[in-house]
Structures are given as structure tokens and as C-alpha cells.
Design a protein around this ligand. Structure first.
Ligand code: PEP
Ligand code: MN
Length: 337
């Protein structure tokens, strides 16, 4: 449920309502919008039986949130959230541009990728150190050494690091090297992992599960947020459909749907959606036009020799050209890069 305060209701009134909620064992989330303050009530509202909040000073109305996710809902924060990663803000006017190899493969490779994506204009370096691969015989990543290389390459170029985490017991180590944890599509419903990244407080890039609905995806975000970590960015990366001409089907509709239903920023990964480098540019333009808050794109200094996802990785030069074209679309829809 959300409690909408009257226009001009003072801090004292907000505090009184919040105190009553806490006394009844409920969580409180206050959002100061430009027109009204909204108090989100977290927990079982049956605990409020006999309390009529609408009679309290400054309260305009109480509105139930009809979804299972609350903190991730739009209702609780109508103006939308931004997520801060170091000096970068995701979900504001500027698109968050993340790029780098599918997997960290060597020092030379990751430094070359970092240089290329920074020269193009990206602010985040992506790269898998732990790779949850479909086949157990495929390259599984350089693990902690991969994180260390990513950090060094990112620092050399002034970039932020976003990299996947796959288990709870690696989070302390990962937090030393990553500015943002990625939860991959295959782990979107690994609820213990979601809770653990929630407790870590580190910003999280939550990819959509391979066959997950928007509602399941937002429920997954809620797991992270329910542990007090509101720094969640959603990432649409394509879903499995009957269509086989692309690796997955990029659900571009998810962008406006998320904007309507959720307060969280949403970015798009055209690389894992398309699976083919030739499709990355048009899908990136479509994502920017649809209102995505950023793009995460695979870039490798020598895609043909990549140890994973070779067909979909762009060269740094192609990424630079894409960056300039996306900039034009971004400007057309009132965003910057
Ligand atoms: C990745 O981004 O490295 C990745 C494996 O993507 P996904 O989890 O979306 O398949
Ligand atoms: Mn990949």
C-alpha cells in the first residue's frame, strides 16, 4: 500500500504516519516527489487492522499496490529512481554506456578492450570473470584473476567495472574489484544470491531471465530491494521465443512496460539478444528510441578469436561508430550520452 500525503503536508505529519507504521511492525519507504510525498508501506498491511490512516493529519489517501513487488513498483516512487555507481548516475538524462568483452581472457585482451570502449565514450567496462556457460566443457572464465585484470584495466582508463557474480560466497572478493554486480539471466531466480547481493549494498545489474515474465523479473528485483539495496538496474537481454533467426528475441516492449510498472532504471543488452554482430547497431538504436536508460554491449579487440560469444562481439571501431549513431537517437529523444 502507498499513502499519498496532501500537497504541502509537513515533515511532522509524514513523521507521525511513519511512526505509526513502524510501531505496527511495518517497513516505511518515503519518496518526496515534486507534487506530493508518498509513503510506501512494506509488509503485511493486516498488521494495521483497526488503524485508519486516512484520518491522520496530512494524509490524502491510501492506495493498495496490487502487485507482489512493492519497492520495485512505480507507485512507490512515481518520479523514478536513479542508481549511483561512483560518479556515474544510471536512470537520469545521460545514457549509461557499458561495454567490454564477453569474458576476460588475458591482460592484453582486457586492456585493449578497455582502451577501445573508453575512446568510444563508454563509462563502464563489462567482462565476465565467472562465466555460467550452458555447456560444462565451454570456457568458464578466469575467475578471481579475471576480476583483478578488469579492475586494473578499468582503472587505467577511468572506467567503472560491471561483472557477473554467481554465488553468495564470492561476494566479498567480488566487491573488492567490481563497482556493480551483474546477476546473469541464468541466476535471475537464484533467490539466495539475490538476497545476498541485496545485503552487500553494491549496485546490481539484474538481467532478465531467459524465459521470465516482466512480473517475475520485478519480483526478483524486489528480493534485492527487500534487503535494503535499492541500487538495482534492470537489463533486458532477450527472451526465448519460437523465433530462431536471432539467439533470443529482444523484447523491446519491456522498456516502456518497465517504465510504466517500475521505478527502476532499465538498460538493454542487444548482444545476447541478437547473438550476431550485424544486428547490434539497429537494436541499439531501437533501445535508445524506446527510452532505455543505457546499453551494455560486448566489445572484443579481436572478436573472431574470442573464447565465448565470438559471433556477437563488436570490434572497438564498430563500437565507436555505434556510439555516435546512438548519440543521435538519444538526442532526438531528449537524452544525452
Ligand atoms: C553476460 O552478460 O556475460 C551474459 C552471460 O549474459 P546473460 O546472463 O544475459 O546470458
Ligand atoms: Mn557473452
Amino acid at each position: 500500500m502507498i499513502i499519498v500525503m496532501k500537497h504541502g503536508a509537513g515533515e511532522k505529519a509524514v513523521q507521525q504516519v511513519s511512526d505509526v507504521l513502524k510501531e505496527h511492525g511495518l517497513g516505511v519507504h518515503i519518496s518526496n516527489g515534486s507534487t506530493a510525498t508518498i509513503i510506501g508501506v512494506i509488509g503485511d498491511k493486516a498488521k494495521l487492522s483497526g488503524v485508519n490512516l486516512e484520518l491522520m493529519e496530512g494524509v490524502d489517501k491510501c492506495v493498495p499496490i496490487m502487485h507482489s513487488y512493492k519497492l520495485a513498483s512505480r507507485e512507490i516512487c512515481p518520479q523514478g529512481r536513479t542508481v549511483q555507481v561512483g560518479d556515474q548516475v544510471i536512470g537520469g538524462q545521460k545514457l549509461a554506456m557499458m561495454a567490454g568483452p564477453c569474458a576476460v581472457e588475458s591482460e592484453e585482451q582486457v586492456f585493449a578492450a578497455a582502451r577501445g570502449v573508453r575512446q568510444a565514450g563508454a563509462a563502464f567496462l563489462r567482462g565476465g570473470a565467472y562465466k555460467p556457460r550452458t555447456s560444462p566443457y565451454a570456457f568458464q572464465g578466469m575467475e578471481d584473476e579475471g576480476y583483478r585484470l578488469l579492475r586494473r584495466a578499468a582503472d587505467a582508463e577511468g572506467l567503472k567495472v560491471v561483472s557477473e557474480v554467481i554465488s553468495e560466497n564470492q561476494l566479498d572478493t567480488a566487491a573488492k574489484y567490481c563497482d556493480m554486480f551483474q546477476i546473469g539471466a541464468r541466476n535471475m531466480q537464484n533467490f539466495r544470491l539475490l538476497r545476498a547481493v541485496g545485503r552487500s549494498g553494491v549496485p546490481v545489474l539484474l538481467k532478465r531471465g531467459i524465459a521470465s515474465t516482466v512480473e517475475e523479473w520485478l519480483d526478483a528485483a524486489e528480493y534485492i530491494m527487500s534487503e535494503g539495496n535499492y541500487n538495482v538496474v534492470l537489463c533486458e537481454r532477450g527472451i526465448r521465443t519460437f523465433e530462431t533467426s536471432t539467439r533470443n528475441t529482444l523484447d523491446i516492449s519491456a522498456v516502456p512496460v518497465i517504465k510504466e510498472r517500475s521505478c527502476l532504471p532499465v538498460i538493454v543488452d542487444p548482444s545476447h539478444a541478437a547473438g550476431k554482430s550485424a544486428y547490434i547497431l539497429p537494436l541499439s538504436l531501437a533501445a535508445a528510441a524506446a527510452g532505455a536508460d543505457g546499453l551494455i554491449i560486448e566489445v572484443h579487440p579481436n572478436p573472431k578469436c574470442a573464447l565465448s560469444d565470438a559471433a556477437q562481439q563488436l570490434t572497438p571501431q564498430a563500437y565507436g561508430e555505434l556510439f555516435e549513431q546512438v548519440r543521435r537517437v538519444a538526442q532526438a529523444v531528449g537524452r544525452t550520452m
